[in-house]
Design a protein around this ligand. Structure first.
Ligand SMILES: [Zn+2]
Length: 467
């Protein structure tokens, strides 16, 4: 430690620095040396502790003797395992011994690496920090005005990441998963941190892959099962890890892991891992032993649905994410057009605000409406897709799908233009109803064209320049 003594400190006294003095031991906070010194010290301590194995007086922890484990060391945490008898001691004596050894008596559950460790099933109360963390995150976002697409992105990345660490370690109770989902769902549809039942589409649908009509958000319950199943798979395939060696030494022993029954004496977490054998057994495709990740199991566990014919519009589409989101709701027939609001019992003027000539329905607004027709005609002239005419909604939509398939530049341009067309029309309708302002179809056409130009990739840009 001699090298450490070169550190010197000076104290500011009444605004003036006093005579510097050398430190006898220790490092300045944040010194890059400290982590190396710590590693050296821990290495030395580890060697000393390993020496205990030769000491006949040393009593292993009852579950550590087979593998000769005396301690585990991770980052700045050190777990020591030893058998200590306090039998027959009165509490005063025991306290004196603990004090003499400078230890504090701990008990389960305790928190390690951010999660509670216990041999029993985790209580709802123990899982509460997870919920609190998620709600705090959502609360920090509520002030921001984000589109549905922005919120969906936050739900998928940030909120999912918070729970995924816990979900890889524990089987989360259904009640907790439902609560987490309720917060994610409420934030997506309302932008707030208060639970609400107002939603345009069921959460199960939102969590499906894009090809079958979802947004590809993660189904937390299925993901949790997949994560625990992956742990079971590791148990059967990766025998070089210490925790797996330990389970084999104490529970599997000489049995075949696939045939053995669940060890009832094991802790709740280990029993849950063994129970996940059923999940692995129900998979319909074999797993690739080299590259297995949780997602491979997850994709096999989500229910099979038939593919949507409009799935080509959802993939490799360079339109704005918020425009794609609007089209996605529209494809499901869930935009709140006036005919739908009327069915819910709301009384209002049903006339289309764009043409003032007919009732507002999805079919009218996006295909039959004279205003929409003028906008589309302008766009189709620009993109040279004269054959697609929006007279009858279903025929128009089928033509869009038909011409959007494939990876040609014209298909890419068409699907981007169509999505932006749906979005600007819907926004125009809302601006007219809620803000009383209106724009000519020419202005909307210019917006769609410039969006297509700015967002197009190189191939599509080349096509646009030749139009
Ligand atoms: Zn109209």
């Amino acid at each position: 430690m001699a090298c450490v003594t070169i550190v010197n400190c000076s104290i500011l006294l009444n605004g003036e620095s006093a005579e510097p003095f050398n430190a006898a031991k220790g490092l300045r906070q944040g010194d890059p040396m400290s982590s190396f010194l710590f590693a050296i010290a821990m290495e030395y301590l580890s060697r000393l502790l390993k020496g205990l194995k030769q000491d006949k007086q040393f009593k292993y922890h009852p579950r550590c003797s087979k593998l000769g484990i005396t301690h585990l060391c991770f980052a700045d945490d050190l777990l020591l395992f030893v058998r200590v008898y306090c039998g027959g001691m009165d509490p005063m004596q025991k306290a004196a011994v603990i004090q003499a050894l400078s230890y504090t008596e701990g008990q389960l559950p305790f928190k390690y690496l951010g999660v509670p460790l216990d041999t029993k099933k985790l209580s709802i109360l123990q899982l509460q920090p997870l919920i609190t963390k998620m709600v705090a995150k959502i609360t920090s976002w509520t002030a921001k005005k984000l589109s549905y697409a922005g919120r969906a992105q936050l739900v998928q990345t940030v909120l999912f990441a918070i729970q995924s660490y816990w979900a890889q370690l524990f089987t989360l109770p259904v009640q907790i998963v439902k609560l987490i989902e309720a917060y994610c769902r409420s934030y997506l549809w309302s932008g707030g941190n208060v639970l609400t039942k107002k939603l345009l589409l069921a959460w199960e649908k939102v969590c499906l892959p894009k090809s079958v009509g979802g947004l590809n958000l993660t189904n937390l319950q299925v993901w949790n099962s997949a994560a625990i199943a992956k742990t079971y798979w590791d148990l059967t395939h990766k025998q070089d890890k210490l925790w797996i060696k330990w389970i084999h030494a104490y529970y599997v022993k000489r049995q075949r892991i696939d045939d053995m029954s669940i060890p009832q004496s094991a802790s709740w977490m280990i029993r849950k891992i063994f129970e996940a054998k059923q999940i692995i057994n129900q998979l319909h495709r074999p797993l690739d032993e080299q590259t297995i990740i949780i997602k491979h199991i997850y994709l096999q566990l989500i229910p099979i649905h038939s593919k949507m014919d409009w799935r080509c519009l959802m993939f490799q589409n360079n339109a704005r994410p918020k425009a794609i989101f609007t089209m996605w709701i529209q494809n499901h027939g869930r935009l709140l057009t006036k005919d739908r609001l009327k069915r819910w019992g709301l009384h209002m003027d049903e006339t289309c605000v764009l043409c003032q000539a007919d009732k507002e329905t999805r079919e009218h607004l996006f295909a039959e409406c004279a205003y929409a027709n003028r906008l589309w005609t302008r766009l189709s002239q620009w993109a040279q897709v004269h054959s697609i005419v929006p007279n009858i909604w279903i025929q128009y939509f089928q033509l869009i799908i038909h011409h959007s398939k494939g990876k040609t530049a014209s298909a890419m341009l068409l699907k981007m233009m169509y999505v932006e067309y749906i979005y600007v029309l819907w926004r125009e309708r809302n601006t007219r109803i809620f803000e009383g302002a209106s724009r000519e179809h020419e202005a909307l056409a210019r917006e769609v064209v410039s969006m297509c130009y700015f967002r197009a990739d190189k191939k599509v840009k080349g096509l646009i320049q030749n139009l």
